[in-house]
Design a protein around this ligand. Structure first.
Ligand SMILES: Nc1nc2c(ncn2[C@@H]2O[C@H](COP(=O)(O)OP(=O)(O)OP(=O)(O)O)[C@@H](O)[C@H]2O)c(=O)[nH]1
Length: 335
């Protein structure tokens, strides 16, 4: 089944995310590509939703209120994504609040039911060129916010340096230097009002009915059909390349041979910066119950759970090499 691409739009408050979203919707609609939108708003007031309804009324739209996505329940995000998928969009656009870390959405996308149906296409971060250089000093006392703003830069595939109409060339060069310090690989685009070459963001996305006829435009990652019952054989973006550097990989765990917590911890920590997050349901040595595994910030936590489904582990990381990861999984954890 063709996976629906998801574009995440992040960026600090007022940087121009909604402006870009409206611009993108227009471009997509001109190409007969049907977008669905998930908006996360700070507070209860649906300002952006109102703006959007005026600009693109009638499109499938889900809204989540109350702060950053990391504070709202992740299941709400997955639930909203599932509702949008029912409407068979060609692409899902997710606009985050200014204080959300895009990794949190990738995290919410990483559940088996969604992994099979959606694929992260790009993380796009919009920067307010006029103000971004001041953030470090303005928010220096708020470590969490500084961390979030840094992650918005670091995990982006494309960075829009927006509001360039308000700054000088020399100021823009300083902004560029700041970005490159945090992310050497992202494509950097200087924009005003989010207007840019849309190919940079939507390349490879087509209306679903056209996709069936399109010749192979995607780089195919070798690998067989994803099978939850297989002994090994992770499910990532097989047969459909991810255009994003962040990938999710599902490792099905078959049989009831419990895993060693020590080996699992060692294996995850050995991945360094490549693995941002891991979670799943596994059998652990010494426990008759299924355990919920949560790995983030280099810490692994496990807790007894009432989960009764198939065992699996989802790994979220940068540019994961699926083949070597699976081999290391087999030798480092299973054997
Ligand atoms: N001068 C200028 N203004 C812009 C540009 N892009 C957006 N704006 C304006 O900046 C304001 C904020 O833009 P939004 O698109 O709402 O920003 P946002 O990131 O969605 O804001 P939040 O939802 O509060 O996080 C609006 O008044 C826009 O019209 C730009 O490139 N130049």
């Amino acid at each position: 089944m063709k996976k629906i691409p998801v574009i995440i739009i992040s960026g600090f408050l007022g940087s121009g995310k909604t402006t870009l979203l409206i611009e993108l919707i227009q471009v997509l609609q001109d190409r007969k590509i049907k977008p669905a939108i998930l908006m996360n708003e700070l507070g209860k007031a649906d300002v952006d939703g109102m703006i959007l309804s005026e600009a693109a009324g009638g499109l499938p739209l889900e809204k989540l209120f109350d702060g950053c996505i990391c504070c709202s329940k992740k299941c709400e995000i997955s639930g909203s994504l599932k509702s949008l998928l029912e409407l068979a969009p060609d692409v899902i656009l997710v606009e985050l609040t200014g204080v959300a870390n895009p990794e949190e959405v990738v995290d919410a996308m990483a559940e088996p039911e969604l992994l099979d149906r959606i694929i992260l296409h790009k993380v796009v971060t919009v920067i307010d060129a006029e103000n971004v250089l001041e953030y470090g000093s303005i928010f220096s006392s708020d470590k969490q916010l500084v961390h979030t703003l840094r992650r918005q830069l670091e995990v982006a595939d494309v960075i829009l340096v927006n509001k360039q109409d308000l700054v000088s060339r020399s100021h823009l060069s300083k902004v560029d230097r700041l970005i490159i310090k945090h992310n050497e690989q992202a494509l950097i685009l200087n924009t005003s009002f989010g207007i840019c070459n849309p190919e940079a963001l939507i390349e490879g996305i087509e209306p679903l009915d056209l996709q069936a006829k399109a010749p192979g435009r995607f780089k195919i990652i070798p690998g067989g059909h994803h099978d939850h019952s297989a002994d090994s054989g992770a499910s990532s973006e097989r047969g459909q390349a991810s255009f994003s550097r962040i990938q999710s990989l599902l490792i099905p765990i078959s049989g009831h041979k419990p895993l060693s917590l020590r080996k699992l911890t060692k294996w995850l920590n050995a991945k360094g910066q490549r693995v941002l997050r891991a979670k799943g349901y596994v059998p652990l040595e010494g426990s008759p119950h299924t355990s919920l595994i949560q790995f983030s910030g280099r810490q692994l936590q496990h807790a007894r759970t009432a989960y009764k489904g198939a065992y699996y582990l989802v790994i979220i990381g940068y540019e994961l090499d699926e083949t070597s990861l699976m081999e290391e999984w087999r030798t480092g954890v299973i054997l």
